[in-house]
Design a protein around this ligand. Sequence first.
Ligand code: SF4
Length: 349
Amino acid sequence: MPPRPLIIPIFIPHQGCPHRCIFCDQHAITAETAPASTQIQLETRIAEHLATAGRDRGPAQVAFYGGNFLGLPRRTLTALLEGLQPWLDRGQIAGIRFSTRPDTITAERLAWIAPYPIETVELGVQSMNEVVLDRSKRGHTAADARRAMEQLQTKGYQTGIQLMLGLPGDTARRALTSARAVAALGPDFVRIYPTLVLAGSALASAFTAGEYTPLTLTEALDQAAMLVRLFHQHRIGVIRIGLQAAEGLEDPAVVLGGPHHPAFGHLVYAQLYRAAAHRLLAQLQPLPQAPTIYAPPHEISRLLGHKKANLDSLRRMFARPRLRLAAQEGLACETLRCADRTQSIWQPD
Ligand code: SF4
């Protein structure tokens, strides 16, 4: 496998946004207060990341996140891209990526960025359901997302799509339909985020007024696991599930509600591994008194679950207090084994 690229994030909180979406507060989720719009700020961030990166890393990419990059005025956008030229010339940065709204992808704006080595564009699609988009005050439609993807793919960009779970008006069924519509667009990867109620957002007012009920952690995990499975079927990589840990997110004065968990992505995978272990044990006739389920060594933490919750749950469910979960070299990735049977974690329940 080629080494993963070193992503150097440059946060541009809310810059280029036409308005504030109902759920959003980039200052809270990135813990960034100042826009990184000057050369000095770029220099500091890039130098820090290059100095601390491991030797086995892949090529470095600068990523503009936290705002609507293509919505920036042309002068600001060009200044940011031009500012990267010294590192590009020295070969210290190999490419650029950014996130943006679907409705800012226009032929004119794509022409602005054409001279620069932009490799990847991430679209904040959030949902493909019109009711959800409308109630979340996104200000764009699912058709905008389709148009944007078509334009980006025609230009040869690598594309990613960000989806959210539990937005106002969303349901598990709508989330699945949305994810199917996203899969049909053929992005190279997706990110999945549960909606949190962030203080100061319009969603916080609706939450306080009792007009919005966030997903519980269990509901969010179930929906995320369902989507991860779907994208796997379509061979679309899920590169992130849940927000990156940030100090502010642990503060109850910042996150007022919603299914926040610092290990959200791990919990989703732990759920998929637990379900596979469950299927495997259910097939064993008779079930041994002390069965051992094996996973590849680099996946054993997912099989064990958060704080070994899967071990406890499987022992209880199958009344096998001596059940063990262990690592085994040579097992295929994402496969579990018990006795002479194997089980893929991707097989439907
Ligand atoms: S979700 Fe995106 S477009 Fe909306 S306010 Fe946040 S950064 Fe801006």
